[in-house]
Design a protein around this ligand. Structure first.
Ligand code: TTP
Ligand code: MG
Length: 360
């Protein structure tokens, strides 16, 4: 019987997998998702690469120019955060249905504490398999799951059998799991700490775990020294903390060309408003403040907001207000061209008032 059972779910090559899912013709090809620094075609860095491109040597953070040399036949795509965040919402809602405590860590990873559901690691493995199957069948994506008695072990376990992995580390196996791994593999140990440990002749987590804590404190400072001693022995008491829901919901996009044409801008904003509306409805939220963001061609960011008396989530009201804010921004900023535009709502509540534009 375990005290706690924690799952860590991490999507495989997430941004690239989302792109592959949208375009079947990418299947089997090396796909590289990039953050382009400007509108040139080789400035910037690789955000992520699918496993085909990784095998050829492409990895996150690599300059795009080098990635293109390393993988000339790769399909290079710009990041599409709207898509990833929409899919991320769907993933999180599937995960939420499998647990009572969910902590979303980033767009593609989350911890689940399923202790109230089962105290048996075999059963936990079945929950993980069911979760993987549901994500694959409903979203067409694979993920890797690690299971352990705490967040530390779950997080480290999810990484071992990537992609499409599942690794269960029962409490009595924690020591065997950690001992042979390199110190750099310990969650929270960065490059600098790893270098210092190497200088001290510590080559594995097992060797770190038997170090004198006083020595570690002298070298790394009180808090870090204690932390190194504890974590290397697999001890981690951090709870899976349900994060509060975000206090605003919004979307941004880059316009296909710099413009100050109101019709063009509103046409580009419409799908973003639809998306914000969909997310509000899913959350059961109403808003009081709506804000447009305009990034002009000099890369300066401007915002315009309106706050209304009674909370609403009417699509008509949203579109009407965005139109008004956009028009007044354009009027006040003659000669400025918009490069990016976005819309977000805030001051969210669970209770609504006005429903339609005519009530408004
Ligand atoms: P990761 O989970 O670190 O990476 P991944 O999902 O692409 O691949 P895997 O988990 O299978 O190893 O990050 C999630 C997403 O975050 C990733 O798809 C793209 C983005 N990201 C960056 O933009 N820059 C980075 O340096 C990293 C590491 C990730
Ligand atoms: Mg991932």
């Amino acid at each position: 019987m375990a005290d706690r059972i924690v799952l860590h779910v991490d999507m495989d090559s997430f941004f690239a997998a989302c792109e592959e899912r949208e375009r079947q013709e990418l299947k089997g090809k090396p796909v590289v998702v990039c953050v382009y620094s400007g509108r040139g075609n080789a400035g910037g860095a690789v955000s992520t690469a699918n496993y085909e491109a990784r095998e050829l040597g492409v990895h996150s953070g690599m300059p795009i120019a080098i990635a293109k040399r390393t993988c000339p036949d790769g399909v290079f795509l710009p990041v599409n955060h709207e898509l990833y965040s929409r899919i991320s919402d769907e993933i999180m809602s599937i995960l939420r249905s499998h647990t009572t405590a969910l902590e979303q860590v980033s767009v593609d990873e989350a911890f689940l504490d399923i202790t109230t559901k089962t105290k048996d690691f075999g059963e936990a493995g079945k929950v993980a398999l069911a979760t993987k199957t549901e994500i694959r069948e409903r979203l067409g994506l694979t993920c890797s799951i690690g299971i352990g008695p705490n967040k530390l072990i779950a997080k480290m376990a999810s990484d071992i059998e990537k992609p499409d992995g599942l690794m269960v580390v029962e409490p009595q196996r924690v020591k065997d799991f950690l001992v042979p791994l390199k110190p750099r593999k310990l969650w929270g140990v960065g490059e600098k700490t790893a270098e210092k440990l190497a200088e001290m002749g510590i080559r594995s987590i097992g060797e770190l775990a038997v170090q004198d804590e006083g020595l570690l404190r002298r070298v790394f400072g009180e808090a870090k020294g204690r932390w190194l001693k504890q974590t290397s022995r697999g001890i981690d008491n951090e709870p899976v903390a349900e994060r509060g829901e975000p206090e605003q919901v919004g979307r941004m996009m880059t316009l296909s060309e710099d413009t100050r044409d109101r019709e063009n801008i509103l046409e580009a904003l419409n799908p973003l408003i639809d998306d914000v509306y969909r997310r509000l409805t899913e959350r059961g939220d109403y808003f009081r403040t709506i804000t447009i963001t305009a990034v002009t061609s000099d890369l300066k960011s401007h915002t315009r907001s309106r706050t209304i008396e009674t909370p609403t989530r009417s699509l008509d009201v949203m579109k009407q207000l965005v139109d008004e804010l956009t028009s007044s921004f354009l009027k006040e900023n003659k000669g400025m061209l918009l490069r990016r535009a976005g819309v977000r709502v805030s001051k969210l509540t669970k209770k609504g008032g006005q429903k339609t534009i005519s009530d408004f």
